[in-house]
Structures are given as structure tokens and as C-alpha cells.
Design a protein around this ligand. Structure first.
Ligand SMILES: Nc1ccn([C@@H]2O[C@@H]3COP(=O)(O)O[C@H]3[C@H]2O)c(=O)n1
Length: 262
């Protein structure tokens, strides 16, 4: 059996809204905490619940929008100059080069301190599409026989999903049964296929109103009922005040700073 894990949204907003922060998640398993995405408001959101850099073991990044990776500069500098620790970073292979050259180098390159690459700030693990990786280091499972160890950690793999055309973005599957969409355009066929493969819970982004690079709530309402009943919505910002239970068509709204266990 895979380990159950706890997950909390650090925000359920989008890149523009301020009240509900960015759509990033905090995961806790076996006493360790990890981030899925680290936008420019992630550290503020963690601070709001009494957590900080020292409480986070590692970060997975889905794509290079500021509301998903804009907090990495702070993690890098705090790690290097305040905490003396290189945080673990899982990055999809297609972002190799891009994250440093296009996002972080301007802030972080420091020839005097010999900090010339992403690896000078983070313990980086590049991950290929479909490649299984574990959020919890194997040493934590030292007491567990090897054959059980692979099943007793939180396993993850990413799959490419479409957000902004021509720009890489991916979603995450945890323990082969939990889907975390990151930002994406609607892809009903993908969800149907994942459900067929055994995925039981879908954390899915949405927005109320049309947006060309996101999944409008109205479009998700067209998904099969058996999928909608497993869907937990995020990234919506602020839901319409008059939204009723029946309007949600079996889907549920995730709330900022609320733990759920899967
Ligand atoms: N091609 C694009 C790129 C971006 N955007 C908007 O920018 C926002 C950034 O934060 P977000 O939450 O990903 O939502 C994006 C779009 O509204 C957009 O509408 N079209």
C-alpha cells in the first residue's frame, strides 16, 4: 500500500487575484512537507499558517508562470545565505535550461560567490515524463525492506498537459490514484483515461468565466458524472456568491489552508 498523504492548498486563486493567493499546494507525508509549485505568494501563505523555509523538504514545479515558480528566487537565496541548505527541487526535464536561463539567472547568478547554475542553489532532480519519483527520500524508509520501500513512499510522475500553447506545463499523478492538474485547458479524454487506469481523485483547476488557457467551470460540467463526483476544484479565485451545491454538479470547491487526506 502507498502511504496516505495530506494535502492543503496554499491558495485557490490565479495569477491575478490577490485575496485567495496562488494555486500552489502543500503536501505532508511521513512527517515531511513538500510543495507542488512555489509561486511568488507561496512563502507568505506558508507564513500565514506558521510555516517557513525550514519546514519544507522539497518542491515540484509544473510550469514557469510566476504564480507557480516566482517564489523560487526567495527559496534559493534564503537557502544559500540564511539556512545553508540546498532545497530538493524536482523539475520536469523539458524545463532543463529554461528555469535557470529564462527565470532565475538574472537574480541568482553570482560570480563572486561561485553561484553559476541552478544546482548551486538547489539539490536538483530532473524528471522525465512518466518517470516515477518519490517525494520521501529512501533513507526515511530505512527500516522498510526494499521491496516494500517503493510502495511505502509517496510516488509521483508527471504528464504533459496543455496550458499556454508552445509553453511547457505538466500535471502530477500521486500514488497512481490522485491527479493534480496544475493550470490546464480542458482535456476530458485524459481524465476519462486516467479514471480507467485507476485514478480516483482529481484536483482540477478551473475558472468562472471563459479563459482561453484554463478550464472553464461550464466545460467541466460537461464531464461524465462519475468523473465530476471525484473532482475537487482549485484556481477559481472567488466563486460566485450565489453558487449552490446543485450548481457544482457533484464537484467540490477546495478551500485555502484546509487539509484533506488521500
Ligand atoms: N496566453 C496567455 C497567457 C496568460 N494568460 C493570462 O495570464 C494569467 C497568468 O496567471 P494564470 O492563473 O495562469 O492565468 C493566466 C491567464 O489569465 C492568458 O490569458 N493567455
Amino acid at each position: 500500500m502507498n502511504q496516505p498523504f495530506h494535502i492543503m492548498m496554499l491558495g485557490v486563486g490565479n495569477g491575478f487575484i490577490k485575496s485567495t493567493y496562488h494555486n500552489n499546494a502543500l503536501i505532508e507525508t511521513q512527517g515531511k512537507r513538500y510543495l507542488v509549485d512555489c509561486g511568488s505568494l507561496a512563502w507568505q501563505s506558508l507564513h500565514d499558517i506558521g510555516l517557513g523555509f525550514d519546514d519544507i523538504e522539497g518542491i515540484f514545479i509544473t510550469h514557469l508562470h510566476y504564480d507557480h515558480c516566482g517564489g523560487l528566487d526567495e527559496a534559493a537565496l534564503y537557502g544559500a545565505y540564511a539556512a545553508n541548505r540546498r532545497m530538493k527541487l524536482w523539475i520536469p526535464e523539458p524545463l532543463k535550461g529554461l528555469l535557470w536561463e529564462h527565470c532565475l539567472r538574472g537574480t541568482l547568478e553570482n560570480v563572486v560567490d561561485h553561484k553559476l547554475a541552478l544546482e548551486d542553489y538547489f539539490d536538483v532532480q530532473w524528471v522525465e515524463e512518466g518517470e516515477s519519483f518519490s517525494f520521501v527520500p529512501q533513507s526515511v524508509n530505512a527500516a522498510v525492506p526494499a521491496i516494500e520501500a517503493s510502495c511505502s513512499s509517496l510516488s509521483a510522475h508527471w504528464i504533459q498537459t496543455l496550458h499556454v500553447p508552445s509553453k511547457f506545463s505538466c500535471s502530477l499523478v500521486l500514488n497512481n490514484r490522485f491527479f493534480y492538474s496544475a493550470d490546464m485547458q480542458p482535456d476530458k479524454e485524459l481524465l476519462v483515461e486516467l479514471s480507467r487506469q485507476g485514478v480516483e481523485v482529481f484536483y482540477h483547476e478551473t475558472c468562472f468565466g471563459h479563459n482561453a488557457v484554463h478550464s472553464a467551470f461550464e466545460e467541466l460540467c460537461q464531464y461524465p458524472e462519475e468523473i465530476r463526483r471525484c473532482m475537487y476544484l482549485m484556481h477559481y479565485g472567488e466563486a460566485p456568491r450565489d453558487l449552490t451545491e446543485s450548481d457544482l454538479q457533484g464537484m467540490k470547491l477546495l478551500r485555502q489552508h484546509e487539509w484533506l487526506t488521500w
